[in-house]
Design a protein around this ligand. Structure first.
Ligand SMILES: Cc1cc2nc3c(=O)[nH]c(=O)nc-3n(C[C@H](O)[C@H](O)[C@H](O)COP(=O)(O)OP(=O)(O)OC[C@H]3O[C@@H](n4cnc5c(N)ncnc54)[C@H](O)[C@@H]3O)c2cc1C
Length: 450
């Protein structure tokens, strides 16, 4: 049996790992980026290891977020698969068993406090790998693949097309030394991640692959003194809180919490700048930052959420002279822009020095502004100080997701035979662990039916 794996991110690596001991499966991995030995930290999204390779590797061991795999399988089945994927990450790195987990009693208490204010705290075990362990994992799995005699890795080999005949996928077209070469396979696993979003959309259009529309998450990054969030982050590291706003009944969620972290600028395709945040293991700031995102799912006839998100981010870049905007919460409430001098006197010292003081109300539609204000006021009830005038808001943060490919519980594409669609690129996951699980499920199905 010959299998092609397109993309060597969490999904592709996991699928390959599971083929290692099945010598009757010959698998080729095609990765458009560089190998892990030659890839640099600036190549964030592409290369062996995928988008997670240089992240600080927070493995979210829950069915509740990091993807939508519960739409395809029962929760208890997914829980078992998450444990299996987690074992792989744990065994191939040097992360300690004791590093995960949280205090059950304290978490219950925090959940209770939140529930009094319509805030849903979603407790989850997080295995914080750290960048070092994450890289160690990627390097070890790469070495295992290179030593194996049934799996071959082809880096800097972008796949440009599929070979489709009579509703069946027969192989792939890959760019080799500037030439498009056809390669035939029994099964193809796509795991192209967010960086393969554009290519995936082309494939969807070309072959009429059934798909749905994913939401687009638009919002801001909030920065507060660490003391405001410590009661949560000391116990949970990352708090995941969902709130349904009263006026619009929209879902607003906290995302990517960085205690002692730093705000950063993310460069997207086409030079678009959005806000992000990260944290170091050994270098800590006095602040905590996290994203506050409003999820919007458009209905007919509009089907381009990614374009909508880009439009909003573009507006922020336009008004700030190709920069991101920072605004004091106090200025936002008073309907005035923040200025250099107001930011200089602000109690919370911004960790991103280059952001331009401005006014986010010129950028975000009323619906988003209202949702964000309402959520900050609610969060203030469980984390006093959140709605202080000195709180900083950076804009905009946007999370783009790929088109959601219609698949079954084994990750098999509903429209084309022999094709498996996994990970972030299929629009079904948005985190390392669930992406790994989707690769694991595809590999298991191929192994069982070989
Ligand atoms: C900075 C950053 C930090 C993150 N931190 C975390 C975290 O702490 N915890 C967490 O759970 N998640 C985190 N994520 C998200 C996580 O990295 C992704 O959800 C996960 O990597 C998705 O895995 P994947 O295999 O679907 O795609 P990816 O990891 O994106 O891999 C896809 C691979 O496919 C390749 N590819 C694309 N198109 C083609 C093509 N046409 N031909 C060949 N190859 C192709 C790409 O080069 C890429 O290497 C982070 C993401 C980023 C960007």
């Amino acid at each position: 049996m010959k299998v092609a794996i397109v993309g060597a991110g969490s999904a592709g690596m996991t699928a390959a790992y599971n083929f290692l001991k099945h010598k009757d499966i010959q698998a080729d991995i095609y990765e458009k980026g560089k190998d892990i030995e030659t890839r640099t930290r600036n190549e964030v999204m592409e290369g062996f290891g995928g988008a997670g390779a240089y992240s600080d590797g927070k493995l979210t061991l829950t069915t509740e977020y990091g993807g939508w795999l519960t739409d395809y399988m029962p929760e208890d089945e997914l829980e078992k698969l998450i444990d299996e994927a987690d074992d792989m990450w744990k065994n191939l790195s040097e992360v300690l068993e004791t590093e995960s987990g949280f205090n059950y009693e304290t978490t219950k208490d925090l959940e209770y406090q939140c529930s009094r204010h319509k805030l849903k705290l979603i407790p989850a075990k997080i295995r914080h790998m750290g960048t070092d362990n994450c890289l160690l994992f990627v390097k070890r799995i790469s070495a295992m693949i290179k030593q194996s005699d049934n799996i071959k890795l082809h880096c800097e080999s972008p796949v440009t097309d599929l070979i489709v005949e009579g509703g069946e996928v027969k192989g792939i077209v890959v760019l080799e030394n500037g030439e498009e070469v056809k390669k035939y396979y029994d099964k193809v696993i796509l795991g192209v991640g967010r960086s393969g979003n554009g290519w995936m959309q082309d494939i969807v259009r070309k072959y009429g692959i059934e798909n749905g529309i994913n939401p687009v998450d638009i919002g801001i990054r909030v920065e507060v003194p660490r003391s405001v969030t410590d009661s949560f982050t000391d116990n949970l590291y990352e708090f995941k809180i969902k709130y349904y706003t009263s006026e619009f009944e929209d879902e607003v969620r906290t995302f990517c919490v960085n205690p002692g972290g730093f705000i950063s600028v993310e460069k997207n395709t086409g030079g678009l700048l959005t806000v992000n945040g990260h944290s170091y293991k050994n270098k800590k700031s006095d602040n905590t930052n996290f994203a506050l995102l409003v999820s919007t799912k458009f209905t007919e006839p509009f089907d381009e959420p990614v374009q909508y998100g880009r439009y909003i981010a573009n507006l922020a870049n336009l008004l700030s002279g190709n920069n991101v905007i920072v605004q004091r919460y106090g200025d936002f409430i008073r309907g005035r822009r923040s200025t250099e001098s107001r930011i200089r006197k602000n109690f919370v010292v911004p960790t991103l020095k280059t952001a331009l003081p401005g006014d986010l109300s010129f950028v975000l539609p009323y619906r988003y502004l209202h949702n964000l204000k309402e959520t900050i006021e609610q969060l203030d009830k469980v984390m006093p100080g959140m709605a202080d005038p000195n709180t900083l808001m950076y804009g905009v943060e946007v999370k783009f997701y790929s088109v959601r490919i219609k698949i079954d519980s084994k990750m098999r594409c509903a429209s084309l035979d022999n094709l498996y669609c996994t990970g972030d690129g299929a629009g079904i996951t948005r985190g390392i662990i669930q992406a790994s699980v989707s690769g694991l499920v595809a590999a298991k199905d191929i192994i069982e039916n070989k």
